[in-house]
Unconditional design. Structure first.
Length: 461
């Protein structure tokens, strides 16, 4: 990827799950991911299904928020029919007041929202510093927590040092606004152990039973990432506007959980449970982080989804690393778990190049932890205010697969989500560059999956 400016270099070097590019779509590449070649053959699959009826499927998008009024998402947003809008009453008694389109775990009952948050390593550093600061290694004997303290201390100090050379430029206002904001966010919020990213919510993040927080604002202050993800899954395919999503007969449930920084494990666990309890069949999780202090909470929520037959689709991450060795949380396989989850897929990002460059340079990989690859490079789709933008990342690849799963579930309602997951895995198009980078060695193909599901459906009659 060419680094044409300091701004782009900073974004590529330091961004987390979503690599941003605001360039306009290249002519002829709109919706390339739905086409043939290294696309998913979505359009051909729909031609094969044109005489078959479909059922509505709810897809939960756990993300930064969704612009539910986007022109290309009209009619595609989930409505909680049991809730009366804006009456400040929990009509359906599910614990969430006025949750008409989902829930916002990054806000409070006053309608105030947070957007900036620390990275998890900065939170861990803040928690452990009072206990270990000033203690020499010679004073500690075999203490895993102390080793973690030293690890996150080194990581935070290293990351902050990368930005220090640009602070003078920032203070003198020599940087363009976007780059200035990025550096300011990193230094003052993401990598600042002293920044409290939780006080506004009013909950105790150490207490999983303290759940009385949040509000029904499912868009929030910065819904760019989540709106793009939602559009990949569900942008209207028949309105002749903008772009075409992967799935047709779906509704998007927005669960705002991912800030500008690392998400809290508590919010993720509650978001998964909310999605399951409110009817989602597929949950898209385009987020991730290197540390997960409350991993047990998240795993138990994932196991809950698994027990209810709800498919979790997770982005592999954008650190160009082997997540078999360096985990990206949430993960399919925790060290402490004893039972394998059968309703989860982890997705890496592929490009439009059917060559060695097929794997996006930023994409994480893993022959054990990553299941499939899907288009995640130069994806033109919905962003707030009824606009469109090119974004790229495994954040874009995951909703390709979530949309695919929802599409298959809508046309093949007699199949379980476990069977649909199996159909996705068994029908990938094998690609040599992917042989050792995921456990299937291929890119998802909706047309092949449709043929597989058709045969499976007939065999069950």
């Amino acid at each position: 990827m060419k680094r044409k400016s300091f701004k782009l270099a900073v974004l590529i070097l330091f961004t987390g799950l979503c690599h941003l590019s605001q360039a306009q779509a290249i002519p002829g590449t709109l919706n390339w991911y739905n086409g043939e070649g290294v696309g998913m053959f979505t359009n051909k699959a729909y031609k094969k299904l044109k005489k078959k009826k479909s059922n509505e499927v709810i897809v939960a998008v756990i993300d930064s928020g969704v612009d539910i009024e986007h022109e290309d998402l009209k009619g595609k947003i989930w409505v909680n029919a049991k809730e009366i809008p804006n009456n400040k009453v929990d009509d359906d008694k599910n614990g969430y007041v006025d949750d008409v389109h989902g829930w916002n775990f990054l806000g409070n009952s006053k309608g105030e929202n947070i957007n900036e948050a620390r990275l998890e390593k900065a939170r861990i550093l803040a928690k452990l510093t009072p206990k270990y600061e000033g203690i020499s290694p010679e004073e500690i004997i075999s203490d895993a927590e102390y080793e973690l303290y030293l690890e996150v201390l080194a990581a935070v100090e290293s990351d902050r040092s990368n930005f220090e050379p640009y602070m003078e430029m920032l203070n003198k206002k020599l940087l363009d606004p976007e780059t200035a904001k990025y550096i300011n966010d990193q230094m003052n919020f993401n990598l600042n152990p002293n920044y409290d990213d939780r006080s506004l919510l009013g909950d105790n993040p150490e207490d999983f039973n303290d759940r009385n927080y949040g509000n029904p604002d499912v868009e929030g202050p910065d819904a760019l990432h989540g709106t793009h993800v939602a559009g990949i899954i569900a942008a209207n395919r028949t309105n002749n506007l903008g772009v075409e999503g992967v799935a047709e007969n779906v509704k998007i449930m927005s669960i705002r959980t991912v800030p500008n920084g690392d998400e809290h494990d508590k919010d993720v666990a509650l978001a998964i449970r909310y999605a399951v309890d409110n009817g989602a069949k597929v949950i898209n999780m385009s987020f991730g982080k290197a540390y997960s202090p409350k991993a047990q909470w998240v795993y138990e929520a994932m196991a809950y989804a698994d027990s209810r037959g709800v498919l979790l689709v997770h982005a592999a991450g954008n650190d160009s690393k082997d997540i078999d060795v360096e985990p990206n949380f949430p993960t399919e396989k925790y060290d402490f778990q004893t039972t394998e989850l059968v309703h989860i897929l982890t997705v890496g990002a592929s490009t439009r190049n059917d060559s060695e460059a097929l794997v996006a340079g930023f994409s994480n990989f893993g022959s054990y932890q990553v299941d499939v690859f899907a288009p995640g490079f130069e994806i033109y789709n919905t962003v707030p205010q009824s606009e469109y933008m090119n974004l790229q990342g495994t954040s874009m690849a995951a909703p390709m697969v979530a949309g695919m799963a929802a599409m298959l579930a809508s046309y093949y309602p007699t199949l379980t989500m476990a069977e649909i997951r199996e159909a996705i895995l068994r029908t990938v198009v094998l690609k040599k560059p992917l042989t050792d980078l995921c456990n299937t060695g291929g890119i998802v193909n909706i047309l092949k999956a449709v043929k597989y599901c058709t045969k499976l459906e007939k065999s069950k009659k």
